[in-house]
Unconditional design. Structure first.
Length: 131
């Protein structure tokens, strides 16, 4: 599919897709932190239900060198692939902020907060709970 300037999808369809991705994204993080076995099983099922359409590929010769060319029949398949790669990336993973639960791309592998303000607020509330 060639990306066209006039390409668009209905708003309701986009809303549903983004809502589904948010549930999947949250489930990938909650699965590793939840202690309740029933909740953990629910998150496992959400992750397993992720639409695993796989793009096909073919080989072409480019300047006398074989090149792998991916065939994406839809924009949705490109987005699914990029989303899956971002969730599973070890160096700059897509994370969920420990304080505000917003998604962010971690600049450091051990980053837990989307910004310094969230880290400060988290620490203030954590210290207040100890007293």
């Amino acid at each position: 599919m060639a990306y066209q300037r006039n390409y668009s999808e209905p708003y309701n369809w986009l809303y549903t897709q983004f809502k589904d991705w948010a549930v999947l994204f949250y489930s990938t993080f909650a699965h590793s932190t939840e202690k309740d076995a029933r909740e953990a099983e629910f998150y496992r099922e959400v992750i397993a239900a992720y639409d695993g359409n796989v793009p096909s590929f073919h080989l072409e010769i480019f300047d006398k060198v074989p090149v792998l060319v991916w065939d994406f029949p839809s924009l949705m398949m490109v987005i699914h692939l990029v989303f899956g790669l971002m969730i599973t990336d070890d160096k700059q993973p897509l994370r969920c902020c420990k304080y505000c639960n917003r998604a962010f791309i971690a600049q450091h592998p051990k980053a837990e907060f989307c910004q310094h303000g969230c880290k400060n607020k988290f620490n203030v509330y954590k210290n207040r709970d100890k007293k």
